[in-house]
Design a protein around this ligand. Structure first.
Ligand code: ZN
Length: 147
């Protein structure tokens, strides 16, 4: 259950950015489009699309790309994620993306929407209740030192 409240106007802006960026999907193999937008603790939005590769295992989902964009721009504090797919039912992130979301906030609210009015809103811990994780810097004495 989502307990973090994201203002409706911010959520709408994230949805628009996710929808817009999905049109940039590099999806020549599957033809499956997807866009994601993440919000950091400073209310900055980062969006990205799916990027496929002829070596299919190298394909990177929109969700991970949006997080990597946020990290590469200097923010690590993931506050929320929105995922858009041009489908009739909302589609939640794949397992790899759930694990990456977990890395940056195990309680991330994840809003998945599509071309119908249906929306799937869950926290990351709802979607991946037993995620693999090591304690990050500042969490305990076994912390991982990061750059
Ligand atoms: Zn994924």
């Amino acid at each position: 259950m989502i307990t973090i409240k994201i203002p409706q106007s911010v959520l709408e802006e994230m949805k628009q950015k996710a929808r817009d960026v999905s049109k940039k999907s590099y999806n020549c193999y599957s033809k499956f489009s997807a866009g994601a937008a993440v919000l950091d603790d400073k209310n900055k939005i980062y969006s990205a699309c799916i990027i496929e590769n002829a070596s299919f295992g190298l394909t990177s989902c929109a969700e991970r790309n949006a997080i990597y964009k946020m990290i590469s721009e200097g923010s690590e504090n993931l506050k929320a994620m929105v995922v858009y797919t041009p489908t009739s039912k909302p589609i939640t992130p794949c397992g790899a993306c759930l694990q990456v979301i977990h890395e940056f906030n195990p309680e991330t609210p994840v809003y998945c929407f599509c071309d119908s009015h249906e929306i799937a809103d869950n926290t990351l811990s709802d979607l991946l209740p037993h995620a693999f994780g090591l304690k990050r810097k500042g969490e305990n004495e076994n912390e991982i030192q990061r750059g």
